[in-house]
Structures are given as C-alpha cells and as structure tokens.
Design a protein around this ligand. Structure first.
Ligand code: FAD
Length: 833
C-alpha cells in the first residue's frame, strides 16, 4: 500500500518525483534498479488517477527514430517480465499488431518503417491483403493495398502495469505517498532544492516533474518551460462480440484515423482525428482526478462511421462505453524528457502524446540513468526538453497547435511535412521581402524560413509524396544558381550569442575542441564535446576583438547551446554570455559570382588576398555597417552578412537591386541541404550527436590537440585516437538516381546490416541520391575496412547499390571555397573529409 496524506512524509529525499502516473512510477522503479533507494513519489490523488487509468493500453514498439524505437522496445521487454518480477499482474499480451495501407503513399510509409524496424532489431513483415484478413477476420479488405505486421507488439493493462512498477519501486526502497499535492518546486541559486506541499517543505537533491498534463503549470511556477497542452482523446468500447479472439492483434488503420483492440471480448475503437479538440484554453492547475470528459458524438461520428465500414460487425454491435479523456500533446508530437535548462537538478518526463504507456518503460529508464550518471544514456535529442524555445510555452500557441498534433499521430508522415497550425510565430526582418519573392516557408524552432521559391505563377505550397515533390525542379534551379552563379539565402534564424570579457577566450578554449585563440577577425569551426567525446554542439566562433566572441549555431539548438555554454562559464570568470539572435538578420550570398555582386555594393576589398576564407570583418553596405564572414555551408565562394535588424531591409534592397546584373537567385533550405550533402557537411542532430565523437564523424581536423587548454572531452578523444574508432561516418552515392533517401534507412555491406542513414538528400550537381551514416569498422584500419565491400542502402524494403566515400563527392579539395590559385591551397578546414 502507498502512504496516504502528508502526516508521515519525510522531510527530505534524494529524489522527489511529482506524479504517480505510469511515467513517475517508472522513473522511481528504474532509480531503485540503479541502487538509489531514497526516492519519494508524491501523487496528489491516487496512483494512475491522471491520464494513465483510462489509456487503451496499446504497446507498439516502432517509433519515428532508432533510439525512440529502442526505448519503446525496452518497454515491451520490461512489461513481459514485470509481473513475474514483482508479483503484480500487468495484463501484458504479445498479440502483435497490424497496420493497414489503403493508399500507395501509406504503403510506402509502412515499408520505409519496416526497413527502419529491422535496423532496430524488431521483428517485422510486410504482408499482403489476404494475410491481413486471415489474421483479422472481421476486416473488410475493400481498398486495402497491403499491411505491415509486428508480431512482438502488444497491449497491457495500464493501471496494473503502473501498480507493478510502483510495487517494484517500493521493493527497491522507494516511498510512494498518495494524496499529497506538490504546490511548487523550490529553487535556490539556479538549482532545484526540493518541493513544497501543504504539509511542509521537502528537501531533495533532484526533483522530477512527471505531472503529466499538469506538468506545464508545475514547471511554469518554477521558471521551467514544459510546452504541453491537453486534448480530448476519444474511444468507444462495444458490447461483447461473440467469438472475438483474445489473441487478436491490435489493428491500426491510419488512413481512417482509427485503431481497434480486443478488450475482454469487446472491441475498443479509438481515434486520432485531424480536427482535435484542445482541452480547455491553457493548461490547467486544478487537482482533477479520474477525469471523464463529456461525450461528443457529433465530433466522433464521422470517424466511427469509417471505422464501421472497415469492420462491419460494429454496425450490428452496441456501444457500451463512450470514453473521452484528456491527454497531453506537445508542439511537435514528441515527448519531453531531460534536465530543465533553466533549473539545475530539475528533470522533466511529460507530454506523452498518447504513447505514454508504451514509452513509459524506456523513458523512465532513460531519466533514471540521466540522473544517476549525469548524462543521457543515448542520443535523445528528438525528445530532449532543450529543443524547445521559450515562446513554445505560450498558452495560445499550444492551444492552436494541439488542434493538429493529435491527428498527426496517424496522418501521413510525409518527408518535409510542415505544420498547418500556429504558424508565423517567429519571422525574419526580411520576411515580407522574401515572401514577395514567392517563398514557400517551413518552420524550424518557430521561425518561418524559405524552404524553396516558386516561380512566378506557381503557388508556393507543398504537394507531398515520398518521391520527387512539386518543388524538386525549382529547388534544383536554386541549387544550380549557387554552384554556377550566385544565390541568396535568408539565414536570419541562426542562433547568435556573444561571449564578452577578459576570460572569454579562456572559457571558450575549455569548451571548444578547436582553438579559438586566433587573431581578431578569424572564424573557427568547432565542436563542443562532452566528457565522453560526444558532440554536444557544432558551430562557429568568430573572434571580434580581444574580449568579444560571436558564436553562431543552428536555430534548432538555440536553447541547448546557450545553456551548455552558460553552465560551463566558471563562477567568478569574467565572461558574460548574451543571446543576440534577435538583433541580427543574416543574409548568405553564395556562389562563384558572389564576390562580383558584393563588390558592387561595398568599397571593402573582397579579394582573397584581402579577405581570405575564414575571415570576418565589418564592411559597409548601403547605410549600414555589417559583419561579413567568409564561410560556407554550401561549398562555394561566399559571405554570410550579419546585419543589425533595423538595417536588414535597406541592405537587402541594395543587394537585390545589384543582383539583377548577376542573375541573383533566391534560394531556400532545401537547396542548401542538397548543396551541403554533396560537400559532406555534417548536420548536428542527424549526422552528429552527443553519442558521436569528432573522430567517428570525420571531424578530427577541427580538434586542436596541440592547444594547451584541457578542453572538455580531450581525454576521451585522446584515448580513442590511440585505440582507433569502431564506427565511422561514411558518405554514400546511390547508383540508381530514382529512390530518394531521407533518414534511418538501413545500410548493408556485403549482405550484412552495418548501420543506418543519418541524413539524405538528392545532389543536383552530382545527379544522384546522397546520404551518410555510421558503419561499423575495424579499429586498426578504419578507412580501409569501411570502404571495402559492396554497399546497399535499403529504401522501402528494396536494396539499392551505393558507392561509399570518406571524402566529399563534390570538390573534395575545397578549391572552390578558397578560390585561391593552385599551389596556395591549404587543407580544407570546414569539410567533412
Ligand atoms: C483515451 C486515451 C487512450 C490512450 N491510449 C494509450 C495507449 O493505448 N497506449 C499508450 O502508450 N498511451 C495511451 N494513452 C496515453 C497515456 O495514457 C499517457 O501518455 C500516459 O498515461 C501519461 O502518463 P503520465 O504518468 O505522464 O501522466 P499521468 O498518468 O497523467 O500522471 C501524472 C500524475 O501527476 C499527478 N500530479 C499532477 N500534478 C501534481 C502535483 N502538483 N502534485 C502531485 N501530483 C500531481 C496527477 O494526479 C497524475 O496522477 C492514452 C491516453 C488517452 C487519453
């Protein structure tokens, strides 16, 4: 039995977990498995009374990425043995699951998913219509094209599973107290130091916010951003259906937004409709328990009718229960895990987007390991709380986005798919200008960014598919303009920080793997590493003068990178960090004609002798002084211009006016992706993450072993350099130009699975599909062992021959970037070779 009320509460615990749902209990269970006994779970009602009690109990394992699938797979493995271990039944049954496709696009999506499932070690088979009907006899197969069967998927009883986790946690020493409301997280000196309850304060070394739907409010009170919002989620349970087998697999028919599960002789039919109903305006602080929201037949009926057409027995079966319960959804449909950047020692595990039961085992294990070891057990960037921007906690934004996110669970996950709701949150100062050029915008971290430009007379909207989408030829033209002439990119979404002070160089040299002790006006490409040598960030540092450094990083990592550096400025150091992202627009002018164009609008000498690659200085354009940095992510001669925001329009207008004579083309992020793939430039979050080292990633050239500073990760890198690497990032070029590669596709060598794709794009100059990914290699001769053998990339269950390379396929010597006479070439310092 759990403790009840505050009377017997301890005054302190090593870890206090707020919330006794399946996630909080899983965190407690896994902490005790790691030997931490002094763990206290506080639940304001009774265990499972939040969202967990009414979950349908589907335990699928295949998620959108390799690591998230590993976590879901772990949950299923845990649930299989938990009852035996704890003595508490969980109701877990491995009935398998079937997902049906009724469109070609969906079939391709299922096949691509099946390919990825194999890399994760999941059993999976693509099955035909007859096979699907044999396994699910109540099915009307009209219009079904095919299906995928995952035999090890299952289902459980969410309440019993939570109680089993709680029992296991108590057996390991944890205490669980029910009917204890946590009224706040206490903070001191930027750290969480405990919680407050009506019965008094409790000290803690760590606080974990597992408050589910209520996690937004609990976080906000403590200055922690937990962007989630409630949505009503509906299912119905029928009367008993004679002869229904308890071994019936879970059936998902995403094309009609529906799942079906056998439930004690009845069918439970649930929906992920595209027009979701956010639950209440703004997240709620009230202590509700066992919520059962009102029925809404009008809302559900269109989907129920589709569900009945697919499983006709439903037409003749009564509905015993109409269930409507709230669940929390995040702006990107991915859950929230990890240490709150704003408050040390405060962790969050919340916002589970209707997959909290199947994710609970893995998420609880990951959080427990994160707390105990001090770092994430694997790359969890997809769900890392540090991916969010402060504005994403805005209640109106969350409310609007939630209308869309619930349905996205089952909607098509097209490549490049953009959100339709809550758009326009962050706009570049140049937004109206580029919109006037017919930009089609995509959203990253709330920024509206031009992904491609439609020609005059063409509407800038996506037409999605897994093949060449409508923008493919337009983006190809933008690509060619950058390779052959000059292109303009609006990259204002870059995150920009200033580190200033007498100790700025010293601090940066302890954080950066490369050496920033360069002359003012030089740009340094560098990684920030963790103690294990893994890449926490990938960015440039520009020395402005003796005491000022400009740090430029990706829009998506603004929060993460800012806090990483802030947390590594030693107390007492004279180094002040400021986020100046909003202060500057960024225009990148790239291509062999970029110098000619820019020289028209500035008196500064842009020749290579006066302004070499890697240099950065202020120049005058129009009435403005702008920082021009000679650097590139596309592999051509070019400059990034950092323009004070209020001058951005003026500078843009001057460049655009002069651009006519140079054939200036506006180019978007899709063209940039194609250009960077040809050069083999890595993308943090895909090709490089906190679990890959620069040596594995082929970025050893950016590590300054010779510098004196004992930078973070040095020891690990030196060890690895001595021993050799066991995996290496390799670039691939597919022989057949037709299949398109995106991410997570399996990599085969001589018929053996050796890795999976981290990112892919079509290279328009090379006329080939390109991708990269880590493959296992021999420590003693990584280059030879990795290049030997016949490679294939599996795309939608079909293996396609591919040529491997450790050097960029395009301009491997970097001649075009440096634009120097032959013989004067230095090794390229910003390349993936
Ligand atoms: C209709 C429906 C069907 C679903 N079906 C599935 C499914 O088939 N498979 C699946 O994987 N997922 C499913 N889900 C999702 C799943 O139920 C949730 O993701 C999961 O239960 C979330 O667990 P949790 O522990 O994060 O949250 P909760 O279960 O809500 O737990 C949070 C707890 O925190 C407590 N709390 C909050 N604030 C405080 C405070 N200040 N002090 C103390 N205690 C506090 C609450 O009382 C609550 O008990 C479904 C959801 C719904 C609504």
């Amino acid at each position: 039995m759990a403790d009840s009320g505050s009377s017997s509460l301890p005054r302190q615990a090593r870890v206090v977990i707020v919330g006794g749902g399946i996630v909080g209990c899983s965190v407690a269970y896994h902490l005790t498995r790691l030997g931490w006994r002094d763990v206290l779970v506080l639940e304001r009602n009774t265990l499972t009374s939040g969202t967990t009690w009414h979950a349908a109990g589907l335990v699928g394992q295949l998620r959108s990425t390799y690591n998230l699938t590993q976590l879901a797979k772990y949950s299923a493995d845990l649930f299989r043995t938990l009852a035996e271990e704890t003595g508490q039944e969980t109701g877990f049954r491995q009935t398998g699951s079937i997902a049906l496709a009724t469109t070609e696009g969906r079939m391709e999506e299922l096949k691509r998913g099946a390919s990825m499932a194999r890399t994760c070690g999941l059993e999976v088979e693509v099955i035909g219509v007859e096979d699907a009907a044999r396994r699910w006899p109540l099915l009307d197969t009209h219009g079904v094209i095919g299906a995928v069967h995952l035999p090890k998927d299952g289902r459980c009883n969410p309440v019993d599973t939570t109680l089993a986790l709680a029992k296991g946690a108590r057996q390991g020493g944890a205490r669980i107290a029910e009917r204890v409301l946590v009224t706040g997280i206490r903070r001191k000196g930027g750290k969480a130091v405990g919680v407050t309850t009506p019965g008094g304060e409790i000290d803690a070394e760590f606080v974990v916010n597992c408050a589910g739907l209520w996690g937004w409010h609990l976080g906000r009170e403590a200055g922690v951003n937990v962007p989630l919002h409630g949505a009503e989620h509906f299912y119905v349970v029928t009367e008993a259906i004679p002869g229904l087998s308890p071994a019936l697999p879970v059936l998902r028919v995403p094309d009609i937004c529906t799942y079906y599960k056998e439930d004690a002789g009845k069918l439970l039919v649930g929906f992920f409709e595209p027009n979701a109903k956010p639950w209440r305006k703004g997240p709620t602080p009230e202590p509700d328990g066992f919520l059962h929201l009102p029925e809404d037949w009008d809302h559900v009926m269109p989907y129920l009718e589709l569900a009945m057409a697919r499983v006709p027995v439903l037409r003749d079966t009564g509905i015993q229960l109409f269930f409507n319960g709230p669940e929390s959804f995040t702006p990107d449909d991915r859950y929230i895990l990890g240490p709150a950047p704003e408050l040390k020692n405060c962790f969050v595990a919340a916002g589970f987007n209707s997959v909290g039961i199947q994710s609970s085992g893995g998420a609880g294990k990951a959080i427990a390991e994160w707390i105990v070891r001090g770092h994430a057990p694997m790359d969890l960037w997809d769900v890392d709380i540090r991916r969010f921007m402060p504005f994403q906690g805005n209640a109106r934004y969350l409310h609007e986005r939630t209308t869309e996110t619930l349905g996205l669970l089952y909607d098509m996950h097209w490549p490049f798919r953009q959100y339709a709701s809550a758009r326009g949150a962050r706009r570049s100062p140049l937004h109206q200008r580029v919109a006037g050029r017919n930009a089609c915008f995509g959203e990253t971290a709330g920024w509206e960014r031009p992904n491609w430009y439609a020609p005059a007379g063409v509407e800038p909207v996506y037409e999605y598919s897994y093949g060449r989408q409508n923008w493919f030829p337009y983006s190809a033209a933008e690509h060619r303009a950058v390779r052959e002439g000059v292109g303009l990119f609006d990259q204002s979404s870059f995150a920009k920080f200033l580190l200033q002070g007498r100790d700025a160089q010293r601090v940066l040299n302890e954080v950066c793997a490369n050496d920033v002790a360069v002359a003012p006006g030089r740009i340094v490409y560098t990684q920030w590493l963790n103690e294990r040598g893994g890449i926490e960030a990938d960015l440039t540092v520009t020395r402005i003068d003796e005491e000022r450094f400009l740090i430029v990083t990706a829009a998506a990592t603004q929060t993460r990178d800012f806090y990483w550096l802030r947390d590594h400025v030693p107390s007492g150091a004279h180094a002040v960090l400021t986020d100046v992202t909003s202060g500057y627009a960024v225009l990148a002018i790239m291509g062999p004609r970029s110098r000619g164009l820019l020289q028209q609008v500035t008196d500064a000498d842009l020749s290579t002798a006066a302004f070499p690659f890697g240099a950065s200085r202020e120049i005058e354009i129009g009435f403005a002084r702008v920082r021009a940095s000679r650097i590139t992510y596309v592999g051509e001669l070019g400059w990034e211009l950092y323009i004070p925001a209020e001058f951005a329009l003026g500078v843009y207008d001057v460049i655009a006016a002069a651009g006519g004579g140079f054939g200036l083309v506006h180019a978007g992020y899709h063209a940039m992706n194609s250009l960077r793939m040809e050069k083999g430039y890595r993308h943090w979050g895909h090709d490089i993450t906190d679990e890959n080292t620069p040596l594995e990633a082929g970025l050893g050239f950016a590590v300054a072993y010779a510098k004196r500073a004992d930078f973070i990760g040095r020891a690990a890198l030196e060890r690895q350099r001595a021993q050799g690497v066991r995996r290496r990032l390799v670039q691939f070029r597919l022989s057949d130009p037709h299949p398109l590669v995106y991410h997570n596709e399996p990599i085969w060598r001589d018929g053996r699975l050796v890795g999976s794709v981290t990112s892919g794009a079509y290279g328009h100059t090379l006329g080939a599909s390109l991708c990269m990914g880590y493959v296992q290699c021999d420590e003693s001769s990584p280059a030879q062992s990795v290049l030997a053998g016949d490679y294939e990339i599996e795309v939608a269950c079909v293996r396609c021959a591919a040529q491997p390379s450790l050097r960029p396929f395009y301009d491997p010597a970097g001649t075009r970037i440096r634009d120097e006479p032959r013989g004067a070439l230095r090794p390229e310092s910003i390349a993936g070779a």
